[in-house]
Design a protein around this ligand. Structure first.
Ligand SMILES: *Cc1c(COP(=O)(O)O)cnc(C)c1O
Length: 458
């Protein structure tokens, strides 16, 4: 019988995260004066121990025992060979995926939520505020905060708040408080409602609200947490790729192609960054972040300096951006509705080390349904985007008659997204492709900002 699932014991789980900043050069984030932001300037928003990680260029960072112990609730996660999907496609390619859907909240997100809750606790913080798109990050942070006894307040993007009531229930089960964004609780929220009372909301607006709620809290014991985009978040996610590497080594495999869906870039980076260092040292690997056609940040937007949130509270980050006031179409993959992209991913794309792909919403759901009918598990709509791209690569391998090894990240399950699957089955779901006019208009907001330098890491 062919091997289907490659497991690691708890003893074999990696004990350190990999920091890609030891291998690449980056443009610094800039403050309102156009100068690089000092770590101290971020202190009202993040605890200092996480700010230190954000700017560290140390290659390996020890994972604290307390974090390892919570990881062990579901980690190491299985590496699975998608034998039935391969068969259905008739491809000579071998398809492996890392199953990050086995965590309590059902996605990769607790890999960083647990770490962030731990470091906040260590720093004496009592309450964390955050935003959530599809509800995955909010529920992951709610779970993590409950493990460490911290209060958690979540601003959830309006459209998902309405579409996904059960994500709210999960947050309540873990003891967190969740409100729809834009809300009337913050100035950023009230301004957004004034601009458009019927707005579906966006991650950019929700981030502004969560940051504002943090810095205006008078106790001084509240901090903010971000579920993607930032360097330390991507680093916490590298546990995925480090485990995958060990698992592939066990069966004498190495990937030719690595694929992950990319909203802010964290699950994709978690799987791919540990392999990027090999690529920088000459290994041949194709590395593809996959985006929705409705929000094609890397694929179509320029590499610029822009804010990570709509109100412009965050420093200017060097990244691909559709403009901080961009409100993506209400596609049923809330985790991929973000105007920006992780600076690390943006940098690696600008150097040609990674190359983005896009798929439409309907292609994504079609792929997700094929996956469910072959491999059994029902993927999150975000994950469907990665699967659609995997299928394209597997079909290409078939045309070329090549036995490629494809590795992708199964970022989460879709058991709380079944209402969206119903829309797909009933034919109500439609595709959105961003028009050039909409794109150019949204880019006006950063026209006068500084431009990142083009750097080369190899
Ligand atoms: C949040 C989420 C994503 C997108 O976020 P990234 O930071 O790009 O990984 C993808 N898949 C799932 C299941 C998610 O919950």
């Amino acid at each position: 019988m062919e091997i289907r699932k490659i497991l690691l014991t708890e003893d074999e789980m990696p004990r350190q995260w990999y920091n890609v900043l030891s291998d690449i050069k980056m443009n610094p984030p800039l403050g309102p004066d156009g100068k690089p932001v000092s770590p101290e300037a971020l202190a009202p928003v993040f605890p200092m121990n996480l700010i230190e990680q954000e700017v560290s260029s140390e290659r390996w960072i020890d994972i604290p025992e307390e974090v390892l112990s919570v990881y062990n609730i579901w980690r190491p996660t299985p590496l699975v060979r998608a034998l039935s999907l391969e068969k259905a496609l008739g491809t000579p390619a071998k398809i492996y995926f890392k199953n990050e859907g086995v965590s309590p909240p059902g996605s990769h997100k607790p890999n960083t939520a647990v770490a962030q809750a731990y470091y906040n606790k260590e720093f004496g913080i009592k309450r964390i505020t955050t935003e959530t798109g599809a509800g995955q990050w909010g529920s992951a942070l709610a779970f993590a905060c409950s493990q460490f006894g911290i209060e958690c307040k979540v601003f959830m993007v309006r459209i998902s708040f309405d579409q996904k009531p059960y994500r709210k229930s999960m947050m309540a089960a873990w003891g967190s408080n969740c409100v729809a964004s834009p809300s009337t609780e913050t100035k950023a929220g009230r301004d957004a409602l004034e601009r458009d009372p019927d707005t579906p909301g966006s991650l950019g607006i929700a981030i502004s609200e969560a940051i504002e709620a943090t810095v205006t809290d008078e106790t001084g014991q509240t901090r903010y947490a971000l579920g993607s985009v930032l360097n330390h978040v991507l680093m916490h996610q590298t546990i995925i790729g480090l485990e995958a590497k060990k698992q592939m080594e066990k069966i004498g495999e190495y990937p030719d192609v690595i694929i992950g869906c990319a909203g802010g870039g964290s699950n994709f980076s978690g799987l791919s960054l540990p392999f990027v260092s090999d690529k920088l040292n000459g290994k041949q690997i194709e590395i593809y972040p996959v985006e929705p056609s409705a929000c094609p940040t890397i694929t179509r937007a320029p590499f610029v300096y822009d804010h990570g949130d709509t109100a412009g509270y965050t420093p200017l980050l060097p990244m691909h951006s559709l403009g901080h006031s961009f409100v993506p179409a209400p596609i049923h993959a809330g985790g991929l509705r973000y105007h920006g992209m992780a600076p690390i991913v943006s940098q690696l794309v600008s150097e040609g080390i990674m190359e983005s792909k896009t798929v439409t919403q309907l292609e994504a759901y079609k792929a997700g349904v094929l996956f469910a009918r072959t491999e059994g598990m029902i993927p999150a709509p975000e994950t469907d985007h990665a699967i659609a791209s995997v299928i394209n690569e597997a079909n290409k391998a078939k045309e070329e008659g090549k036995e490629k090894v494809i590795l992708f990240n199964w970022s989460g399950h879709g058991l709380l997204d079944l209402a969206a699957y119903d829309k797909y089955f009933s034919g109500e779901m439609k595709d959105y492709i961003l028009s050039d006019e909409e794109m150019l208009k949204s880019e006006e907001v950063f026209a006068n900002y500084p431009k990142p330098a083009l750097l080369k890491s190899r």
